[in-house]
Design a binder for this molecule. Sequence first.
Ligand code: NAG
Ligand code: NAG
Ligand code: NAG
Ligand code: NAG
Ligand code: NAG
Ligand code: NAG
Length: 483
Amino acid sequence: MLQMTSRQSFQSLRILLLLLSCAGSDKFWHTCMVGPSLADDCRGSNGARDSSIPMDFHQSIFGHVKSKESCAHTVNDWERRPYSFSIIDFGAVGDGTTLNTHAFERAMLSLSNYADKGGAELYIPAGRWLTGSIRLISHLTLFLESGATILGSEDFNDYPLIPGLPSYGRGRELPGSRYSSLINGDGLEDVIITGNNGTIDGQGAVWWSSFRSKTLEHTRGHLLELIEAQDILISNLTFQNSPFWTIHPVYSKNVVVKRVTILNPLNSPNTDGIDPDSSQYVCIEDCYISVGDDAISIKSGWDQYGTGFGMPSKYIRIQRVVAFSHTSAGISFGSEMSGGISDIEVDDMVITNSRWGVRFKTSVGRGAYIRNVTVNNIVMHTVRTAIAVMGNYGEHPDENWNRTAYPVIENILVGNIVGENITQAGLLLGLPDAPFHDIHLTKVVLDTRTTKQGPWNCSWVTGFYNFVLPKPCPELTMENSNG
Ligand SMILES: *[C@@H]1O[C@H](CO)[C@@H](O)[C@H](O)[C@H]1NC(C)=O
Ligand SMILES: *[C@@H]1O[C@H](CO)[C@@H](O)[C@H](O)[C@H]1NC(C)=O
Ligand SMILES: *[C@@H]1O[C@H](CO)[C@@H](O)[C@H](O)[C@H]1NC(C)=O
Ligand SMILES: *[C@@H]1O[C@H](CO)[C@@H](O)[C@H](O)[C@H]1NC(C)=O
Ligand SMILES: *[C@@H]1O[C@H](CO)[C@@H](O)[C@H](O)[C@H]1NC(C)=O
Ligand SMILES: *[C@@H]1O[C@H](CO)[C@@H](O)[C@H](O)[C@H]1NC(C)=O
């Protein structure tokens, strides 16, 4: 079995799928895989363009999947606030051209009077509400009605400069300060950002072109950034055209991101979808993410600043997410991970038209660890490299990074992965001075027909495998599946 050609392995992919579905343990496989072809069932009619995939695609796939239990139990029930005000009450005009920054400021000031009375809702009716940065308050529900769009101003002056995060030591792109995010908050608790699928649109094109022409003076802001927040729900909204990473909870806990659609052009620079950063108890579920960089990336600070700050990302669950990342990964860990990353569970993702499927990325200088991560039940289609664990990322905040701060990567389980039209099965490149340990692959079947190089490329890594096709590199040891 282990000497099969990849054509034969592809046949056995079908057999594996039948076996898995017959086992009846997992309707996901049944629904998604045992059709005439993965392409028909899980990809849409024309996989080459994200726009061909219907937006309710993830619901049709994930309506009956295994992980149907929500991970959103960390935040209390989202009852309506006892008080509600419309942004119109504060003088806003939803014509797409009037700048409403001051109206939002007045609203926040006024609604802060209800903090000890159960909080208040700021209702955004249908319309196009142009604004600069909005600084949220605690005990707030921001509700965007169907047809409501909060539009980010295209004038950089509408985004006040703020200091770089301490765990990065500077702006991520450029030294020094950075632009504030369109929607932002510092030290918030009990905030709900939701609606009837209203839209938050960063109008990022001006930022992307400034980035490309190297005329940016400071690091770009995010579409939504919450620093030191707790008890946060972000749901039922569309986020689009983010200047930089889209949703960035940092130093936060109890954060739920649910039923969110993120649409950034596939070629827009560094427009990650959701980046939990030095945050704990994060739940991301039922999301559709099509972006210009990693769809989801778990981070925890950068080199000596991240180790100095020392705040890990842990207890994070991600489930039922559809991801497109033409230039990067469906789900990634790092490369900034210097506060440590552990206890992460990822389940039921579809990753398609992506450069990487599941990617762990780090570098000498990062220090810290990525450990105790489980990535399970992933369907991939048209992904260049399905599984990557790499220690050669590079990129440092300054010259003072520690040349002997080796990151530890260990106890990583990647299982129940099926991939069609995969170019390279895996790239597992540890560090000679700090090999990666306990990389565990189980039930991984990848159709790598198109590749000319070997399907796996490994160095400085140890681990185990069990039922993996094509056969992994000799660095991994076959494990008896009877145990
Ligand atoms: C939400 O709106 C986006 C476009 O703004 C649309 O593509 C998507 O299908 C909508 N989602 C739901 C659940 O209605
Ligand atoms: C989000 O939408 C779902 C489905 O329509 C609904 O059940 C849920 O209550 C909504 N959540 C919020 C916070 O409005
Ligand atoms: C990783 O898991 C092992 C056992 O499963 C546990 O002993 C260890 O404390 C965990 N490490 C972290 C960093 O959570
Ligand atoms: C297979 O992947 C290649 C890129 O590696 C892509 O050009 C091609 O369209 C894909 N084929 C199908 C049938 O999706
Ligand atoms: C560099 O990292 C190593 C390994 O973590 C540590 O022992 C050493 O103290 C660090 N050096 C400095 C200057 O921080
Ligand atoms: C493995 O990958 C490394 C890094 O991309 C590359 O330099 C090397 O040539 C590859 N080895 C093989 C045998 O393809």
